[in-house]
Ligand binder design. Structure first.
Ligand code: SF4
Length: 630
């Protein structure tokens, strides 16, 4: 048995009074209070790192809010704006702190110049601004005003990027009791992004007239880290020289350049400090499409604790997909004996979110050319089966997206490019038409509840891109990482269309390797594997869900017709009989209810447990004698 198989769902059942007292809503679920209590218990036992994998619908943000209420000071870090807004909407005691670019510089406004605070007078001109935090209390600079409120508030919400820079370089924010990292499965890649250093070929030319040649890129690629530092120092000194030339020229059109140069000089200094700390964990790469030279870490296990986790006494990592807490912690440099891991199931009914595996096609690198044309008919059939519904086709790559857009004959398809992703997503969400969004990048961070997505097509196995030097280098030192990332992406993709209890969404696999991949992955939870069932079972499940929706909507006549038809069609499943008997019960047709139950039990006497409650109720009403059942 591998280690992961040992990670059972928590059966912790104690409730700490503090959990109940500080819960932000009126009706907490037992599972939420138990999870909070287990976390408090773990903290009291001295664990610094708590890892919580809790499926969609477990109410992770309410869990975070309760803990933030209990402890004296906390940071809650999130990735998406959507999640930040959600926290603010639900929990009014939290303070959101945003980066400078979200505010307009008051000092420049007085000169009738409209500039954001990241290009504010204090940054660009080194101006000792009277509206800043140093010179006014409370400050009237809009950026500093909100920052000052956050500094004095008990619970602060921020994005990872902002807080990483603040904690490490600005240092106005200091250590707190609790650091809560939401969507923590992204933490490693988030920190990798924070640490990297980029030079755009176009910007180098524009700012310092530096022509980055392909020979130079080649040499850097084959050079050692001391060559990289030499290169970066050279660029930095050119930045400094250029800055000294324009810094005192008061021209509005230079403001952005001055601010950018200062930022770049800071970035170079930070990078040199960081790379010296663990020089062999880095690569240099050149992005041909955007012409950007990048120095990137391939792992951050020697950086995460110092640069983030040391800024709190306790760190809580929350996500619906941690998958393997041992590896998650190892890759973040967290000592194994300081972890306490909790796994909690989604309360949603998985049958409402089935995975359907039609006879697909092998879309491996070697087969895709031959097999891709054969997938078109299958996709068109699925689209036809979902005629009036919105859906997503997850393509993994831009190339696949273009191929499907060019070949699938359906005018409901829409796609996006690198620049208009958000606009196209919004158009898709808002449209009353049954559009189908074709995209390589909607696999996470996008919630599509209800009618916004009723079906998804996963075209290929979403392996990380081996064209990326960073991915390739990481895979060479850590083969588990590649598999883990693929599994993570698949599980995340599957969750996009099922966002609340009564929601439903079907997911189809086109690449016929997907089924085996899922079933043999050591990272994908068994519950997810169980969703892959033969087409007939899936069909039965969906029909049952459809009938249950009639019941929930109190359309009893339709529910009765629907389940009677299923029995007529020889569907031999206790849920069909149970639901039909319930429909009869609601209609006060108790005799019919009894008949249906007996009809099923005559062939399946061992399934009595499912009907016991109903029979007891009918007995109490005098309809029959339970003792005579034997
Ligand atoms: S502190 Fe003053 S100069 Fe700096 S961004 Fe704020 S208003 Fe502008």
């Amino acid at each position: 048995m591998n280690k992961l198989m040992d990670w059972q769902y928590s059966d912790y059942s104690k409730i700490d009074p503090a959990a109940l007292k500080h819960f932000p809503f009126d009706n907490p679920r037992d599972a939420q209070l138990e999870t909070i209590s287990e976390i408090i218990d773990a903290i009291n036992q001295g664990f610094k790192y708590i890892i919580l994998e809790a499926g969609t619908g477990t109410g992770k943000s309410a869990i975070a809010a309760t803990l933030a209420n209990i402890y004296d000071s906390s940071y809650i870090l999130t990735i998406t704006k959507q999640l930040q807004d959600q926290y603010l909407k639900d929990f009014e005691d939290f303070t959101l702190v945003k980066g400078r670019s979200n505010f307009k510089c008051k000092s420049y406004l007085e000169d009738n110049v409209l500039q954001s605070c990241d290009e504010g007078k204090c940054i660009v001109e080194g101006h000792m601004c009277k509206y800043s935090m140093k010179n006014e209390n409370p400050p009237t600079c809009p950026y500093y005003r909100q920052k000052c409120i956050a500094l004095n508030s008990k619970s602060v919400i921020a994005n990872y990027h902002y807080m990483f820079l603040e904690l490490n370089y600005v240092k106005d924010f200091t250590k707190r009791d609790l650091l809560i990292c939401d969507e923590a499965h992204n933490l490693e890649s988030m920190l990798m992004t924070q640490l990297k250093l980029e030079f755009s070929k176009k910007e180098l030319k524009e700012y310092i007239k530096y022509d980055l040649t392909y020979d130079e890129i080649y040499d850097l690629n084959n050079g050692s880290y001391s060559d990289w530092i030499h290169f970066i120092e050279e660029i930095k000194s050119k930045y400094i020289k250029e800055l000294s030339k324009i810094e005192n020229v008061s021209k509005v059109e230079l403001l952005q350049k001055i601010s950018s140069l200062k930022q770049k000089i800071n970035d170079c200094n930070r990078f040199i400090t960081n790379i010296n700390f663990d020089p062999h964990s880095w690569i240099v790469d050149f992005d041909e499409e955007f012409e950007i030279l990048e120095f990137k870490p391939i792992k951050i296990e020697n950086y995460a604790v110092n640069s983030l986790f040391d800024y709190a006494d306790v760190c809580l990592f929350m996500s619906a997909t941690i998958l393997d807490y041992n590896l998650f912690a190892k890759w973040l440099g967290i000592p194994a004996d300081e972890i306490y891991a909790i796994r909690r199931k989604t309360p949603f009914d998985n049958r409402r979110n089935p995975i359907i595996v039609p006879s697909g096609y092998n879309l491996s690198r070697f087969n895709i050319k031959v097999n891709a044309p054969k997938t078109i008919g299958l996709i068109e059939k699925i689209l036809n089966d979902h005629k009036g519904e919105k859906g997503i086709i997850h393509t993994v790559s831009g190339q696949c997206m273009s191929y499907l857009m060019d070949n699938v004959n359906d005018n409901r398809l829409i796609a996006h490019n690198n620049k208009n992703r958000s606009e196209v997503l919004e158009e898709f969400r808002q449209s009353p038409n049954p559009l189908v969004l074709v995209s390589p990048s909607m696999d996470e961070g996008v919630d599509l509840p209800g009618d916004e997505c009723r079906f998804q097509i996963v075209y290929k196995i979403p392996y990380p891109d081996l064209g990326s030097k960073q991915v390739k280098a990481r895979m060479q030192i850590d083969s588990d990482w590649y598999d883990y990332k693929t599994s993570l992406r698949l599980v995340q993709t599957h969750g996009r269309g099922m966002r609340y209890e009564d929601d439903f969404c079907k997911t189809y696999f086109i690449d016929n390797r997907l089924k085996n991949y899922v079933l043999s992955s050591k990272f994908i939870p068994q519950d997810f594997k169980n969703l892959i069932s033969p087409h007939d079972n899936v069909k039965t499940n969906m029909l049952i869900v459809e009938g249950e929706n009639y019941l929930k909507g109190n359309d009893l006549e339709k529910a009765i017709m629907h389940f009677k038809k299923m029995i007529y069609d020889d569907v031999d499943d206790y849920r069909v009989y149970l639901n039909l008997s319930r429909a009869y019960h609601e209609t006060s047709l108790y005799e019919e209810e009894l008949q249906v139950i007996f009809q099923y039990l005559s062939n399946h006497p061992t399934d009595f447990k499912h009907f016991k409650k109903s029979l007891e109720m009918l007995e109490a009403m005098g309809y029959f004698d339970l003792a005579q059942m034997d």
